[in-house]
Design a protein around this ligand. Structure first.
Ligand SMILES: [Ca+2]
Length: 386
């Protein structure tokens, strides 16, 4: 598209994928660009074909595992895969080495890689990368270890890459368990299962042929759903009321109601009383209180001054004007207009006044020998109370 000016990406990453039949002013510019009928000097890294990779997702439900073969008795481990989950922790990968074990786990939303070797206890590998990876989005994990070098990378981001230069003599066992490990062995993983999905699994730099796994000719699996990601978005739609923040795991959601003024499983119940009268009935004395006149209804809570007297309860909503505001130099042409902003919206104030027996508004006008409002004949000599 013709565009002059500085390109601003807004800090977002560029789009990665395919588009077709982009039309602008009725012209199919995709087609024009392919036939080089438009100025192509501003194109960068475009190809006119869409390589559709079949990602073949696998779903794990906490009783599942997927076992894939790799090279045996090799001195290098190289695995990568993508996962998505809502759970902060889980076992991503476990592999028994000829002399120890390798595990990749999700722990508090971060990926941890751990290698322990039974013969050389002091020379293990422990590294952690990423954060907040249990956000329900796809994330890519790459792990590589050989001789004296190990590297963990999240989402292909160089900045996330953690390296160690520990000398590690690895001898691969040739079997990789993804998403769960339930066998009894000498070295067991710190976690046993994972709830979520994985896709594009590579072992020893080879994309695992999950269609072959499905047909039973490669690896093994239990309780997985193949070629589908069966994760359920429980926060869409958001069942938390009054702006409560929704978070979810594989099988449940919870609402954070802090500072919404509501509580309960879905932030439904108001934590404040509906009126100053209610506070008086509770034996409270005159003070500043939050009230929520419609309870769990949509009207938000707000602060008022409750004045408890012997026979009456006054609810006062204050405005933002100082106690006294000096006005000078007003004339017929240049009038002084003071805006009163109350600490509550009109709907909130109406909720109080509708329920009140009696209502009054005070504005004290203490200007001598001047006209108040648009009342030409009115001369004010002392002050008025409204
Ligand atoms: Ca309310």
């Amino acid at each position: 598209m013709p565009y002059s000016g500085k390109l601003i990406s807004g800090g977002r990453r560029n789009f990665k994928g395919c588009m077709e039949s982009i039309s602008y002013n009725g012209e199919n510019i995709t087609d024009l660009a392919r036939r080089k009928k438009v100025n192509t000097s501003s194109f960068r890294n475009l190809t006119f074909s869409c390589v559709e990779s079949h990602t073949f997702p696998v779903s794990f439900n906490a009783t599942s595992f997927l076992q894939l073969p790799g090279r045996r008795e090799h001195n290098m481990v190289s695995v990568s895969f993508q996962f998505r989950t809502w759970n902060p922790s889980g076992l991503l990968l476990f592999s028994a080495l000829a002399d120890g074990m390798l595990e990749l786990t999700l722990k508090d939303g971060r990926v941890a890689a751990h290698i322990s070797l039974t013969q050389q206890k002091s020379l293990g590998v422990d590294m952690v990368s990423g954060s907040g990876l249990n956000d329900g989005e796809w994330h890519e994990v790459r792990f590589m270890a050989k001789e004296n070098f190990a590297m963990l990378t999240i989402d292909g981001d160089e900045a996330s890459a953690v390296r160690t230069n520990t000398p590690v003599q690895i001898t691969t066992g040739g079997t990789y368990h993804f998403g769960g490990y339930f066998l009894q062995t000498q070295a067991s993983p710190s976690q046993r299962s994972f709830q979520g999905c994985m896709q594009l699994i590579q072992v020893d730099d080879q994309l695992a042929d999950l269609a072959a796994v499905e047909q039973g000719t490669l690896g093994a699996f239990e309780n997985v759903s193949l070629d589908t990601c069966a994760i359920i978005d429980r926060c869409l739609p958001n069942h938390c009321e009054h702006g409560g923040r929704c978070t979810q795991t594989w099988d449940s959601f919870s609402c954070y109601c802090d500072s919404t003024g509501y509580s309960g499983a879905t932030c439904h119940a108001s934590v404040y009383e509906q009126s100053c009268e209610a506070y008086k009935h509770m034996g409270k004395s005159s003070d500043v209180y939050w009230i929520d006149p419609d309870g769990s209804g949509p009207l938000g809570p707000f602060r008022v001054i409750c004045k408890m007297t012997e026979d009456k309860v006054w609810t006062t909503v204050v405005n933002n004007l100082p106690v006294q505001t000096a006005v000078s130099g007003s004339s017929r042409e240049r009038r002084t207009v003071l805006q009163l902003n109350y600490s509550a919206t009109m709907e909130q104030i109406s909720a109080i006044t509708d329920a009140a027996e009696h209502c009054e508004q005070h504005i004290a006008y203490t200007c001598r020998s001047s006209r108040l409002l648009n009342t030409p004949g009115m001369e004010v000599t002392s002050y008025y109370n409204y």
